[in-house]
Design a protein around this ligand. Structure first.
Ligand code: DCS
Length: 289
């Protein structure tokens, strides 16, 4: 039977139940993470947990486990479900209490984690995706990975209705991020991506890409760019846990660059794959514990 974690216990999915007055359910009062699993291993787990604790702190939400304890629980879940390639979804809410907006005096964090099988999107990674442009109507704390995702949901729905894989959001002239991804452009060999602020999520894939760029001495600017710069770019791509380094070859009716995944994007995909391979290789060649 498929297993999940409910408040620290590994149980069968059918055994799990959540109070209808859970504040996650009623207010979206909670946070989440999506961690990639390749070859049964957690990719960039430490960075995800760092962001999780940061989101929790910004919402005064208690996480009653250390990073070490959480990692052990998640690894046991992945093993228990025999997951090879997929994701782990983690969610923490402020728990159940009689419905009132302000924080309840007494409530206990409710923690749920489950796994899903999910293959790498190889076809799209090879050919790229199309995107639509949409106004960023979200709140002003997009740095918090909160359960309040209606703005993101509506943006992604617009993409789906237009047969596109992602919606690229903008505030005024400035491109912020995708509905569930960060956005990069390449111009004259240089990468540009929105700087960290309250307007975007500090994407873990974004962090990995910036680290790769530093190691490989690829020039990057963490600066805002405009819609016009996006359309004039040589290349564009989005980054996320599930999409990795995903070329964007067309936005609305306009091709980006040649209309094919660009050379810098390809190069980054290669380096990104190396990081994945390092992780999975560690299973067979890593030191025994
Ligand atoms: N920006 C937003 C709004 C996101 O929702 C995500 C990922 C990102 C950027 C990229 O962050 P990561 O590189 O850390 O994934 N959203 C997760 C989600 O909701 N599903 O998959 C990833």
């Amino acid at each position: 039977m498929e297993k999940l974690i409910l408040n620290g216990k590994l149980i069968g999915r059918e055994q799990a139940s959540i109070d209808i007055e859970d504040r996650g359910y009623q207010f979206g009062d909670g946070i989440y993470e999506v961690i990639r699993v390749y070859g049964g291993r957690l990719f960039a787990n430490e960075a995800h947990l760092r962001r999780l604790y940061s989101s929790a702190e910004k919402l005064s939400l208690d996480i009653p486990y250390t990073a070490q304890e959480l990692t052990e629980q998640i690894e046991a879940l992945v093993r228990g479900n025999g997951l090879d390639t997929g994701i782990v979804y983690l969610q923490f809410t402020r728990g159940a209490a009689h419905r009132k907006h302000s924080f309840p005096e007494k409530s206990e964090t409710v923690f749920v984690a489950y796994t899903n099988e999910l293959e790498r999107p190889l076809h799209q990674l090879e050919h790229g995706i199309q995107a639509v442009l949409t106004e960023d109507i979200r709140w002003l704390r997009c740095d918090i990975k909160s359960l309040n995702l209606l703005g993101n949901v509506l943006a992604k729905q617009k993409a789906a209705e237009n047969g596109c894989g992602e919606a690229v959001q903008h505030r005024g002239e400035i491109v912020t991020e995708g509905s569930s991804s960060n956005v990069f452009i390449v111009k004259n060999g240089e990468l540009i991506t929105h700087p960290l602020s309250n307007l975007i999520l500090n994407g873990i894939t974004r962090q990995v890409i910036l680290d790769i760029c530093e190691k490989q001495q690829l020039p990057v600017r963490e600066e805002t760019f405009t819609i016009r710069q996006l359309f004039d770019a040589d290349e564009a791509f989005i980054s996320s846990t599930t999409s990795e380094v995903m070329p964007v070859v067309q936005i609305n009716d306009q091709k980006i660059g040649s209309g094919k995944p660009g050379a810098v994007t390809r190069k980054l995909q290669g380096y990104f794959k190396e990081r994945m391979d390092q992780l999975t290789k560690a299973i067979t060649t890593g030191p025994a514990e």
